[in-house]
Every structure is written in C-alpha cells, then in structure tokens.
Design a protein around this ligand. Structure first.
Ligand code: UDP
Length: 457
C-alpha cells in the first residue's frame, strides 16, 4: 500500500456542478482518491446520467441527484436564474435522499466533496455530521479575486489603472474575471461565483484544482485562511504520472465526439503543423467574431482543427467548411486530450477555460488566448504574462479580435522568437505538472494528507 493509505475504506460522495468543465476535474479527482483506496461515489444529475456516454473504468460508482429538470437539464429551464434556484432546492433535497439511501444500503458516506458552486451541499454534510470539503474548480488567482470581492475588500466597480490583490501581479481591470469588471453583466452567475465563499469558513477542507508550483504566492496567501490543499492538475493519469491504470480519458462526455475523424485526420499531418481551435462547452461567439476567426484561420494558411459545437454551427460563414476542406476540419466535439497530445499539434487557439488552460500547460501546447467571459480573462493574463505559454489576442475598439490579429498571434506563438521562449516554458510546466501528481509531488502529498485524515476522522 502507498503512504497515506489505510486498510478500511472511507467513503466520499463527490458532487460536481452539472457542466462538462466541472464534471471533468471532479471525476479525475475521484479517480485519484480511489487510487488511494478511498471509496468514491460521483453524484451527477439524472438528466446528465440519462444523456451522456460514460466509460468509467475502475470503480468510481455513479449515483444521481436531481436539478429539478430531469427531462431537459439546463435547456429546459426558462432562465439561468430559474435553473440555479431549482438546482438549489431540488438538489439539496435529493442530495439528502442520496446520503440517506447510501446509509441505508450499508455504504455510509464519510465526506462530501462538493463543488464550491453548490455551497448548500456543505449544509447537507453538516446536518449528517460528515466531513465537508469544498472543491474550487477555478484557478487560485481567480478564487482569491472573488474572495476579495465577496468580502468587499476589493470594492466594485473596480477602478484602474492597476488593481492590487494579495498574491497576484498588478492587474488591469480587464484582466479580472468578467463578472468582476462588468459585475452587472450576469447577475445569477455573479451570485453563483460569489456564494462559493458564503460558508467556506465552515468547510473542513478547501481543495483547489491547481498545483502549488503554478500559483505559489496566491496559494500561500489563501492557505492562511482555510485548510487549503492543491490537488491538480486533474487530467487523465496517462498524460502525467501514468500511475492510474486505464485512466486514459475523462470518461463522461456530454457531447458526442467525432473521435475517429479527428485522430485519423491528425495522423496524416506533419508534426507540429496543426492549429487546434476550441472555445469549450459553453462560450457563444458573436457572428462577426466567428467570421473573423474563420478568416484568420484561412489566412494563416495552416492546417486547423476547429471545434464548433452544434449550437454554434449556424454562425460559420457560408461555404467556409467546403472552401477550406483541404486545410481544415470542423467538428462538433473532439477528445481534446488526445488532440492536444498529438504529435501534429502546433498551437491551441482557446477561450482559456481553466481546464483547457491546465491541459495545455500540462502537455506544453502554446496558446493563443481569446477569452470570452467569466474567469477566462484572468487565465489569459496568466498564460501570457506569468506562465509565458502564449499570447492574448488583442481586441479592436468594437471588442472583436480581427482575423489579422488571429493570424499574427498564431505566427508569433509558433514562430522562432516567441515560439522558442514558449517552448522552454512548456517543457518546464509540463515537467512540474507531472511531478506534482507523481509519487511524493506536491499534489500527491496533499491528496495523501486528505485521504489519511478521512480515515482517521
Ligand atoms: N473538451 C473536449 N472536447 C472538445 C472541447 C472541450 O473534451 O471538443 C473538454 C476539455 O478537454 C475540457 C472541457 O471540455 O476538459 C472544457 O472545460 P474548460 O474549463 O476548458 O471550459 P468550459 O467548457 O468550462 O468553458
């Protein structure tokens, strides 16, 4: 047995917020816990359970709660606000039922690891006398900004030219998350990110999907507030330490990937020649932005693999797919880790969602950041100015990243000067990411610590 393990299994119930970008990291963390001989039950909504393909090798058990929309999930709700309210009401009740059910069938839960977007789950844990661990799915830098806003240490509206937050480099207002610099833009989402901190002081643990070496200063600062542990990057083990057998993919996708098409297509391309483009599972681009991106990709004259979700497809310029079919492949979803780690990969044009950012850092893929909203703006700042892994594309006065700028950034990150510097950083981050989760690394030790305490609590 590895260090930090015990003979008698503790049981964790892991509860992610029901979107792809939250399920992936919490599922991966579940696999790591399982590897430390903690029994894990992953709770997803009935709608996601019914409509996704799960290929969960190993023994992470899946159970369901309800968000109140079992037939349609988020799409069934009349508004985002209505969805979040009902998720709270019905989610809290059905989570309670699930904890009772597991107790009644002789599999009592010891701890609830809950997505910090669902702070009511901590109330459920406390009602049953269980250990409650908040899981922060975004970067620590972003978490710290929200913490400062929530506690009104950072007052809104923010004013420039520089915003100072402990543990972070000086930021311009537009480097902050969009829910902070434009705090009236999405009130229900503003509430969602802020409420992460409403009861966090009562959590027994605060787990963060990052690794210590990546965000040292801010982690040190936040670790003074709570029993905080960095446990990432939460990407399949095969891409890092390879210690978890069969952990080759996330294993639960809400979209249907065009696997064979993508990989076959990449196999035929020269090493390092492909631009991969994806804006994740949620971002919606304006038509003009979509067109500019299309012209930029065409103008770069490089091979490109572009993920355009089915709901975004109608925004593609007419005939673009046919006209560029010699150079490009447009798919509705792909196995992103396989794509990013492919030898044909040249650079990643990305929204800088936190998972995508961690994935590219861990695999060493240069990024062209075109952040859209939420935490992506802050991630893009770090990618460019702190981690030296890419370039943030500039917007014009209308807020659009023009095709010429897309072309310019692609050339820069894959070119001789900036490209060389990025390559050096890429090797450094790739090694550090791997070391952090490998035996004795910073995240590995933190997971050991968490697991050992569960056993003894
Ligand atoms: N992803 C994928 N295939 C795609 C696009 C994205 O598997 O075609 C995965 C990606 O690897 C990442 C997640 O979806 O783990 C997206 O999370 P992220 O935080 O980057 O963005 P979000 O979707 O939350 O905005």
């Amino acid at each position: 047995m590895e260090k930090g393990m015990r003979s008698q299994n503790a049981h964790c119930l892991v509860l992610p917020f029901p979107t792809q970008g939250h399920i992936n990291p919490m599922l991966q963390f579940s696999k790591r816990l399982q590897h430390k001989e903690i029994k894990v039950t992953l709770a997803i909504t009935r709608f996601i359970f019914k409509t996704t393909k799960h290929q969960l090798s190993g023994s992470v058990t899946v159970e369901t709660i309800s968000d109140g929309y079992d037939e349609g999930g988020r799409a069934q709700a009349e508004s985002r606000e209505a969805y979040l309210d009902r998720l709270h009401q019905v989610g809290e009740q059905t989570l309670t039922n699930l904890v009772e059910k597991l107790r009644d069938i002789g599999q009592p839960v010891d701890c609830i690891v809950y997505d910090a977007f669902l702070p009511w789950a901590l109330d459920v844990a406390k009602r049953f006398g269980l250990v409650g661990a908040a899981f922060l799915t975004q970067s620590c830098a972003v978490d710290n900004i929200y913490y400062h806003v929530y506690n009104q240490i950072l007052k809104l509206p923010v004013t420039g030219p520089k915003v100072l937050v402990p543990g972070l480099p000086p930021l311009e207002p537009l480097d902050l998350p969009s829910f902070v610099y434009d705090f009236e833009s999405h009130p229900p989402l503003y509430k969602l990110v802020m409420n992460q901190f409403s009861n966090i002081d009562k959590a027994d643990w605060v787990l963060c999907n990052t690794f210590y070496e990546l965000e040292k200063e801010v982690v040190d600062w936040m670790a003074k507030l709570w029993r905080l542990r960095t446990i990432g990057p939460t990407i399949p083990s095969i891409y890092l330490d390879k210690r978890i057998q069969d952990d080759k993919a996330y294993g639960l996708t809400m979209f249907k990937p065009s696997n064979d098409d993508c990989i076959k297509w990449l196999d035929e391309k020269p090493d390092g020649s492909v631009v991969y483009v994806s804006f994740g599972s949620l971002a919606e681009l304006g038509i003009e932005q979509m067109e500019e991106l299309a012209w930029g990709l065409r103008g770069s004259n490089k091979y490109f693999l572009w993920v355009v979700r089915a709901s975004e497809e109608a925004k593609l310029p007419k005939d673009f797919v046919e006209e560029t079919s010699k150079k490009g492949l447009v798919v509705s979803w792909c196995p992103q880790m396989e794509v990013l780690s492919h030898k044909a990969m040249g650079c990643f044009v990305t929204h800088c969602g936190w998972n995508s950012t961690l994935e590219a850092l861990s695999l060493g893929v240069p990024m062209v950041a075109i952040p859209q909203w939420t935490d992506q703006t802050t991630n893009a700042k770090y990618v460019t100015d702190v981690w030296g892994m890419g370039l943030k594309a500039k917007r014009d006065e209308k807020g659009i990243v023009r095709g010429s700028e897309v072309e310019h950034c692609i050339r820069e990150v894959t070119g001789r000067e900036r490209g060389k510097e990025i390559k050096m950083n890429a090797i450094k981050w790739r090694e550090m990411a791997k070391e952090s989760v490998d035996e004795g690394g910073s995240s590995d030790r933190n997971i050991d610590d968490f697991a050992a305490n569960l056993v003894n609590s």
